[in-house]
Ligand binder design. Structure first.
Ligand code: GDP
Ligand code: MG
Length: 205
């Protein structure tokens, strides 16, 4: 038996149902998708975030401004389009302002999901950032139709229903940003027996 801190089943990730997820009456559907794969909900709260909380959330990684700016500029070039600026920091300044407006426009639900490979599994279920390109079968592919073309024309954030941590490091930083330790519940879920038990010796009478 591996120890508690290293076994993959203890991995945690942060998910936020964004204001459009709540307004589209999709919170049950979204939670259900993470729940049915076998993940365990260990913390949850509903709130209207402040701009400060959102700006800090996106800039927990001091490199976020540069990395996201470069990724966005590459996205334009790959499509044969001219980006609004070749300076990554100009690009992310606008993205950050739009995201702050979007994420503070109404209530959100912030959650921690725990289970084997929680970060990667949640990203897979959530789908790619731009709904136009997200795979069918993912939350963003199945329930929303936004595109960067439209958001850039309209000068707003892409409405993609959920935020999900992008890496284990990002998840750990985001969990600390949104939750106190005493808000995270340690409990056993009965289905963990069938998901993780090595011997499966508790089923037959
Ligand atoms: P996520 O982890 O899938 O949400 O995506 P990222 O962490 O890469 O980006 C964070 C947020 O920045 C996204 O939810 C978008 O609002 C915005 N964003 C990222 N890439 C682009 C882009 O290429 N164009 C535009 N307009 N916004 C972007
Ligand atoms: Mg991200």
């Amino acid at each position: 038996m591996k120890n508690k801190t290293t076994h993959p089943k203890y991995e945690q990730t942060l998910v936020i149902i964004k204001p459009d997820g709540i307004q589209r009456s999709l919170m049950g559907e979204i939670i259900g998708r993470y729940e049915r794969v076998g993940l365990k909900l260990v913390a949850m709260k509903m709130m209207v975030p402040t701009s400060d909380l959102i700006e800090k959330h996106y800039t927990l990684d001091p490199e976020w401004r540069r990395i996201t700016g470069e990724k966005t500029i590459k996205g334009y070039h790959d499509k044969g389009l001219v980006p609004p600026s070749e300076n990554p920091l100009d690009i992310t300044k606008k993205i950050l302002a739009n995201n702050c407006k979007y994420m503070t426009s109404g209530p959100v639900i912030v959650m921690i999901w725990e289970g084997a490979h929680a970060v990667a599994i949640v990203r897979k279920i959530t789908g790619g950032t731009e709904p136009l390109m997200s795979d069918v079968g993912t939350i963003r592919g199945d329930f929303v139709l936004d595109s960067y073309k439209m958001t850039d024309e309209d000068g707003r954030a892409v409405r993609n229903l959920v935020h999900a941590s992008g890496s284990v490091k990002e998840a750990n930083d985001e969990i600390k940003h949104w939750f106190n330790n005493n808000e995270i519940i340690k409990y056993n879920h009965v289905q963990e027996k069938i998901l993780y038990d090595v011997n499966l010796d508790g089923i037959l009478e």
